[in-house]
Design a protein around this ligand. Structure first.
Ligand code: 5GP
Length: 202
């Protein structure tokens, strides 16, 4: 058996307010083999958000410099701000055998799908648009205008669900986490991911 099985790259998208953050937090507590990629963004930090934990907060100039240096696996503009996935840490984690989760929106996810055939793609769905609006308002961190824009973005994102391999309904957090765990475990058993291990046994 070879020692190094590469980690899996997993993209998790879903409308703002679909509960991605909560689900990922719980998933990471349960899976020591999995890490979350920290994105770079030009948006302002929300209350309680920390540099290097939630995002790397940068100016547009700094972000554009990273684009010029080929430092992103993908990047996109969303709601007037740039968001991008720094590539270097991802390469390192995958090499070390860690699964890496990208929590990114649909345009960026589609770019990664086009680049990486082995990507595992999951769309996190909410039970209804009413429920999504309720969750966004309940969060209390954004103005009405931002909420309206996020709801419109969610409608737009839903038109791209068909590009994803898996759809997980977030009706209840622990259920959704269990479904994602099932996906990761099954993906790990794919022949294409076993090739370098099982086939080496003579
Ligand atoms: P928020 O401002 O609510 O933190 O994020 C807005 C949207 O940007 C979310 O859908 C989030 O998943 C997405 N996002 C966060 N980081 C990245 C990234 O690196 N690339 C892309 N394309 N989207 C991202």
């Amino acid at each position: 058996m070879s020692k190094n099985k590469e980690g899996m790259l997993i993209v998790l998208s879903g409308p703002s307010g679909s509960g991605k953050g909560t689900i990922i937090k719980s998933l990471l507590e349960q899976r020591k083999d999995t890490v979350l990629s920290i994105s770079m963004t030009t948006r302002d930090p929300r209350f309680g958000e920390q540099e290097g934990v939630h995002y790397f907060f940068r100016t547009r100039e700094e972000f554009e410099q990273t684009i010029a240096n080929d430092g992103f696996l993908e990047y996109a503009e969303y709601n007037g701000n740039y968001y991008g996935t720094p590539i270097a840490p991802i390469q390192r984690w995958l090499y070390e055998g860690k699964n890496v989760i990208l929590e990114i929106e649909v345009q960026g996810a589609e770019k990664v799908m086009d680049k990486r055939e082995d990507l595992v793609s999951i769309f996190l769905a909410v039970p209804s648009m009413e429920e999504l609006e309720h969750r966004l308002r309940g969060r209390g961190t954004e103005t009405d205008e931002v909420i309206e824009r996020r709801l419109a973005a969610a409608q737009q994102e839903l038109t791209r669900v068909f590009r994803y391999q898996y759809v997980v309904l977030n009706d209840e957090v622990e259920q959704a986490v269990a479904r994602i765990n099932t996906i990761i475990d099954a993906e790990n058993l794919r022949y294409s991911r076993m090739e370098n291990t099982v086939l080496e046994v003579k």
